[in-house]
Design a protein around this ligand. Structure first.
Ligand code: NDP
Length: 261
């Protein structure tokens, strides 16, 4: 594989679908049915990867796949709830048995339930921690050995600037997202000798369903670039981290946040 190409070659490669940098490689995108995850799935599919689109809502994951196929890309739905450890393990084991190990995993599924700690419910805490952090274990535990045996691959974890700095009203979310950074850095150490990289993207405020009007009004003045990011800007960084060119980048945390951190 040619890992160093002139910019014009790289641009040309990106425009060729099934022969792009991802040709012959399969990537799982959790929470790939909408928002940032869908933008990542689309970008990777455009680069020739076969994309397994996960989401809680099976119908929505299938619709996302239909959209990608309509554009001429290769994708299939792999719906399951990332908090459901048993189902996740079964679905992933079956998929790997059928298709072989994944080249990459983009661990993106996440939720928020913002509330000051004093008013937070047990469910607000548990749901966020079990989804955003628990998903790391439930999805990667069944896959890591299969990737390690292949001695190649990429893991990209979508955390948040909230996990880096702590955000008011988000003790649950900040804890889970900070936990992800620790877990990813530890896993990077475990997998480095197998040529598998593990990196973290920490988005700032990105234009998706997750952003409330209240958060937009409060956070926008704090963003040096004075705008929200768009999902494609996160997808671009994920695509880089999945690529051959990022082979020596591991244990890194990359903010995509317009200067917010
Ligand atoms: P969205 O709410 O737009 O999309 C969330 C995605 O995650 C959906 O595909 C959803 O699937 C999926 N999902 C949620 N819970 C589960 C679950 N239990 N099992 C499987 N899939 C699940 O969110 P964003 O695109 O904005 O966020 C994506 C990631 O980026 C999250 O981890 C988020 O924390 C992080 N992030 C987002 C920021 C932002 O400003 N938007 C900022 C920083 C980080 P379904 O459609 O089935 O519900």
């Amino acid at each position: 594989r040619d890992t160093v190409s002139a910019p014009s070659d790289a641009a040309a490669a990106l425009s060729v679908k099934s022969t792009g940098p991802g040709a012959g490689r399969r990537v799982l995108v959790t929470g790939g049915s909408r928002g940032i995850g869908f933008a990542v799935a689309k970008r990777l599919a455009e680069e020739g990867y076969v994309v397994a689109v996960n989401g809680r809502n099976a119908e929505r994951a299938r619709e996302a796949v239909e959209n990608l196929r309509a554009l001429g890309h290769e994708a299939y739905a792999l719906p399951f709830d990332v908090t459901d450890r048993k189902t996740a393990a079964e679905v992933l084991a079956e998929d790997v048995a059928l298709r072989g190990p994944f080249w990459g995993v983009v661990l993106n599924a996440g939720i928020n339930r913002d509330m000051p700690l004093a008013a937070m419910s047990d469910d607000d805490w548990d749901d966020v921690v079990n989804t955003d952090l628990g998903g790391f274990y439930n999805v990667l535990r069944p896959l890591v050995m299969t990737m390690a045996r292949a001695r190649k691959g990429r893991i990209v974890v979508v955390s948040s600037v909230s996990g880096m700095v702590g955000t008011r009203g988000q003790t649950n979310y900040s804890a889970a997202k900070a936990g992800l950074i620790g877990a990813a850095k530890a896993l990077a150490m475990e997998l480095a000798s197998r040529s598998i990289t593990v990196n973290v993207i920490a988005p700032g405020l990105i234009e998706t369903d997750m952003v409330t009007e209240e958060n937009r009004e409060r956070i926008l003045p704090l963003i040096p670039m004075r705008r929200l990011g768009n999902p494609e800007e996160v997808a671009h960084v994920a695509a880089f981290l999945l690529s051959d060119g990022a082979a020596y980048v591991t244990r890194a945390v990359i903010p995509v946040a317009g200067g917010l951190v």
